[in-house]
Design a binder for this molecule. Structure first.
Ligand code: HEC
Length: 139
């Protein structure tokens, strides 16, 4: 229920807020994951991607992020790990694997998520889409 509510509160700020077609759909959210994350974390997020056998540190099982954080999906922590504020070596460190993709388009609107504690979180649209997807795969 909470996840559904979060997905529906994903809102686009700025001028085109009224354009309903700008709301990201589920397929687009999963596409970001498959393109940028699945090679290591696996198609279903379980840490069993095709590259996992050649990595010396195993990719995290992304379906357990909420469980490992005491039951609440760690929105802020994951956002920081993807947007580069909290870089780590497995994701390229100071040379992020994702290039500029999750940095968003400076000309494009950002997105606001309403977190379960009621606080708003403003991030790029691509990160917001990815986070909403990751929240849906939590077990
Ligand atoms: C090149 C392989 C690779 C790719 C691609 C990759 N990851 Fe990871 N990721 C890892 C590895 C390995 C770890 C474990 C790092 C560690 O434990 O030090 C990890 C850890 C994480 C963590 C857990 C960090 C924590 O706090 O424990 C998150 C969240 C994560 N990745 C999300 C993503 C997302 C989202 C994407 C796509 C945008 C992605 N990763 C792409 C290899 C990858």
């Amino acid at each position: 229920m909470i996840r559904t509510a979060l997905a529906t509160t994903l809102a686009v700020l700025a001028a085109c807020a009224a354009a309903a077609q700008d709301a990201p759909d589920a397929e687009a959210r999963r596409d970001h994951y498959v393109t940028w994350c699945a090679s290591c974390h696996g198609m279903e997020g379980r840490g069993d991607g095709t590259m996992a056998p050649i990595l010396s540190v195993l990719p995290t099982d992304l379906t357990q992020l909420a469980a490992d954080a005491g039951g609440a999906f760690p929105w802020m922590r994951v956002a920081r790990q993807i947007d580069g504020r909290d870089p780590f070596l497995a994701h390229g460190g100071v040379m992020p694997l994702f290039g500029d993709f999750f940095a968003g388009d400076p000309a494009a609107p950002e997105a606001a998520l309403k977190l379960p504690d009621g606080q708003p979180m403003v991030t790029t649209r691509t990160i917001a889409e990815l986070l909403v997807y990751l929240d849906t795969i939590q077990e």
